[in-house]
Design a protein around this ligand. Structure first.
Ligand code: CTP
Length: 399
């Protein structure tokens, strides 16, 4: 049975151009078995008609907070009680601001305030509005408050710009909703993700690190969570907040990361090694700050254990996924890593030219024994979702 069968989805539509996709979203949710009621904000009614939404949902559309008619039918409290999930799609920058600040001055905002059910938003706006400091601040607040955030995706926008801020496609939103009810592609699976750099201490104040931001790994962890997995994220030092609904273990060095990963994968179904683990560490880190009392000196480095290869070599090994960032001969090197480390799948990416480290976008080639798939340039969040879909597919194929 589908995870959405007989689930009550209260769909809030707010006033952005992506509202034209709302009728299609309602149809897809209903195809998946959900019972859908629509709340339309006044601005949304300028983009999509209540009549259309009523026709596709098979229910009256709710628009007003304060009217005798509204309160004699289903008022905001009843609607909030009815919902198993509130999905706001599209969610405009303005609506995100109002939700983050506790407003309850229209029907949708009041429903969100009254609801005990989880709330998910699918942001949709121009890339500049999405990146705006206030929007990002509101987003962090919403995530802190437990609101699920589906997307946004990136690509060409209605305004003619290209970038992050596109609403996810209706089918992606249906899958994300299903994930909320344990019905995602990785439902019931335990997934461990490593992310970020490792820092190898030279002395109490200095270390050898690398430029990994952790963004790809955090996006992968979040996508696995959205797909219904129980996720543990083992993270090196990064400036990212803990993603909601994910158990995060913060570590510093490669040796710390190894210990945390090996403990976490003991009962895992999947390990995804996105971390940029330092290959070497100082042989004898100084216990006191090194003084500049010499003109030159050499630091002896020793090899760190290869965590990914160790996980792949376990007797009871999870489905093991590696990453390979290469500057040249990407596919040949990646295929060699796949074979040498006996991985189930490797995600290869070319670094440089605005891709890879410290960027929002990436492009990946997925390789597995006997197969290959290109994931063209997209936001790390979008790529992470595609990667998770392929992992789920391969995992199912393996049985
Ligand atoms: N990895 C690991 N432990 C290490 C080093 C790498 O688990 N000590 C994992 C990374 O998380 C990533 C993959 O291995 O999934 C990267 O492969 P690797 O061969 O280490 O890449 P490079 O360090 O770039 O190797 P090379 O110098 O051979 O290109």
């Amino acid at each position: 049975m589908n995870a959405l069968t007989h689930k009550h989805i209260l769909l809030g539509v707010t006033g952005g151009i992506a509202a034209y996709k709302a009728p299609e979203l309602v149809r897809r949710l209903r195809d998946a078995g959900a019972d859908v009621r629509v709340v339309l904000t006044p601005a949304a009614a300028a983009f999509v008609t209540p009549l259309t939404l009523q026709a596709v949902s098979g229910r009256p559309v709710h628009q007003e907070l304060l009217s005798a008619e509204a309160e004699s039918g289903m008022g905001h409290i009843e609607l909030a009680r009815w919902a198993d999930l509130i999905l706001v799609a599209p969610a405009t920058a303005d609506f995100m601001a109002r939700l983050a600040h506790g407003f309850a001055d229209d029907l949708l905002a009041a429903c969100c305030r009254a609801a005990r059910a989880p709330i998910a938003i699918a942001p949709a706006m121009n890339v500049g509005m999405w990146q705006n400091a206030a929007t990002q601040r509101n987003l962090r607040q919403l995530v802190d408050d437990g609101v699920r955030v589906f997307g946004p995706g990136s690509g060409s926008q209605a305004c003619g710009e290209v970038g992050e801020g596109r609403m996810l496609e209706p089918l992606e939103l249906v899958a994300a909703c299903a994930g909320q009810f344990g019905g995602g592609a990785l439902a019931g699976r335990r997934v461990v993700v490593s992310a970020g750099p490792t820092f190898e201490d030279l002395d109490p104040v200095r270390f050898i690190g690398n430029r990994s931001s952790g963004r790809m790994g955090y996006a992968v962890a979040q996508a696995a969570r959205e797909a219904g997995a129980d996720v543990t994220l083992v993270s090196g030092p990064v400036a990212l907040p803990d993603p909601p609904g994910i158990a995060v273990q913060r570590v510093r060095s490669a040796l710390d990361m190894r210990a945390a990963v090996l403990a976490a994968v003991a009962d895992a179904d999947v390990y995804i090694g996105t971390a940029a683990v330092a290959d070497y560490r100082p042989a004898a880190p100084a216990t006191q700050k090194i003084k500049k009392d010499r003109d030159a000196f050499a630091i002896e480095l020793v090899r760190n254990p290869d965590i990914l290869a160790e996980v792949a070599g376990l007797a009871r090994r999870p489905f093991t996924v590696g990453f390979a960032a290469e500057t040249d001969d990407v596919l040949a090197y990646a295929r060699r890593k796949l074979d040498d480390k006996r991985l189930d799948l490797i995600a290869a990416n070319a670094v440089g030219a605005g891709l890879g480290f410290e960027t929002d976008d990436n492009a990946l080639t997925l390789l597995w024994p006997g197969g290959q798939r290109e994931l063209p340039r997209a936001s790390k969040a979008a790529l992470a979702r595609e990667l998770i879909a392929v992992i789920a597919e391969r995992l199912d194929a393996r049985g």
